[in-house]
Design a protein around this ligand. Structure first.
Ligand code: F3S
Length: 407
């Protein structure tokens, strides 16, 4: 890779170990992906989940701090493995807090959310950024028109240097659609956008799909639900919706004038089949309700409170809604948290929904409106999944029985 004298000095260790290790990571990735040089990035989003990074991750982040590492560009933090306000933490949870504190010392914003978009963290059209958490990349690239690859630990290296290898989604030529999905059924609501995202991700694989036939622009909640399911079921970092997303004013532009490599019809039967593949449970008792994967927005918390009405969570159901701290605070100010918790709902902040898996095991009957949560719960805990609308999930939380979820 062609490096500037300043970048070469970082790589040579002239500016300390943190920048040297960061440049080593970035140049290794760049060389593997044939990047000609580095590109400046304006923000980063970091995954520091303690369950995945463990003691090695904690030690690495704390050494960066000790050796003078400081972030060169804004860095937000993904959902972590514990609620920061928890008082009786395990050793692993305390390690998670140490990782968060190390990042804060380097300048990170402790946003602790996989849905930073509802916190107002929104890169602008054309901005080059380096974001990890697979679910964020489709939103950044497709909805905002900013540019990121699906970063991993390299996002920390980009935060330290303000650089990323010039490759992948940073290049115009890699942002065109490759396959066409003709959507011939109405899609609305986070559950149906989540199913559509799962199907689109699997059909696309590592190719960028162009969806044609979505008549109404999705809401932010629907985009987030779609993007999370799309990312967990496929490897692409971008999608287009013809006539709606910013780099797809029409189909020809979305494909860069080329013909699609493949076409698929997404009709009601395809969505029903996706629902059947997502949910392996049937009507009957419910053990856990999980809403907020990705983190619920203020609007979703308001809706949940309204749907609960005067209902109470069933005593046999563990009822979770996951969100981030800033949204939790806004909801608390409106009295929504008091209403939800008073009804027996556990509203968590900061943590990934997967933390709730300590209550989920083989045979647990888990109701959710998220295809991403459904996939995790089935693959990690072999749970029985009941999938439906937010209203279906809340009704199940009140009655303790699943009766919804037909598509
Ligand atoms: Fe967020 Fe965890 Fe779901 S990071 S998207 S709550 S799996």
């Amino acid at each position: 890779m062609k490096l500037t004298p300043d970048q070469q000095a970082m790589l040579d260790g002239d500016r300390g170990w943190p920048l040297q290790i960061a440049m080593q990571m970035l140049t290794a990735v760049g060389a593997a992906l044939d990047a000609p040089d580095m590109i400046p990035v304006t923000s980063t989003h970091l995954v520091i989940d303690g369950t995945a990074l463990g003691e090695a991750g904690r030690d690495f982040l704390e050494r960066l701090v000790a050796e003078g590492g400081r972030f060169a560009v804004p860095a937000s933090i993904n959902a972590i493995a514990v609620d920061r306000t928890k008082t009786d933490m395990t050793a692993e949870e305390r390690d998670q807090i140490r990782m968060l504190e190390a990042c804060e010392k380097m300048g990170a914003l402790p946003s602790c959310s996989c849905n930073p978009f509802i916190q107002g963290i929104l890169p602008s059209f054309g901005e080059h950024v380096a974001w990890s958490e697979s679910a964020t990349a489709p939103f950044v690239n497709s909805v905002l028109g900013a540019r990121t690859n699906r970063e991993g630990a390299t996002a920390v290296a980009s935060a330290l240097t303000g650089l990323a290898p010039r490759c992948g989604m940073h290049l115009d030529k890699n942002r065109y659609g490759e396959i066409l999905l003709k959507v011939e059924t109405g899609i609305s609501g986070v559950d149906r956008f989540s199913l559509l995202g799962a199907l689109a991700g699997r059909l696309a694989g590592d190719r960028i799909p162009v969806l044609d036939g979505i008549a109404t622009p999705p809401s932010i909640d629907e985009y987030v639900a779609f993007g999370a399911a799309f990312a967990i079921h496929g490897a692409a970092a971008m999608f287009h919706i013809a006539g709606i997303t910013p780099e797809a004013p029409d189909i020809d532009t979305a494909f860069g004038g080329a013909a699609p490599a493949a076409e698929f019809v997404v009709d009601e039967a395809a969505i029903a089949a996706e629902h059947a593949a997502t949910a392996n449970g049937t009507a009957g008792p419910v053990d856990v309700v999980s809403i907020g994967c990705p983190h619920a927005s203020l609007g979703q918390l308001r809706d949940a409170a309204a749907l609960l009405a005067d209902g109470q969570a069933n005593g046999d159901v563990t009822f979770y809604i996951h969100t981030n701290r800033s949204t939790w605070d806004a909801a608390e100010a409106e009295g929504i948290i008091a209403k939800l918790t008073g009804a027996g709902v556990s509203v968590t902040a900061d943590n990934c929904a997967v933390v709730s898996y300590d209550r989920v095991s083989k045979g647990t009957r888990l109701a959710t409106n998220s295809a991403k949560m459904a996939l995790f719960a089935r693959s990690v805990s072999d749970a029985e999944i009941l999938f439906g609308t937010t209203a279906d999930c809340i009704a199940a939380g009140i009655t303790g029985h699943w009766s919804g979820g037909q598509h």
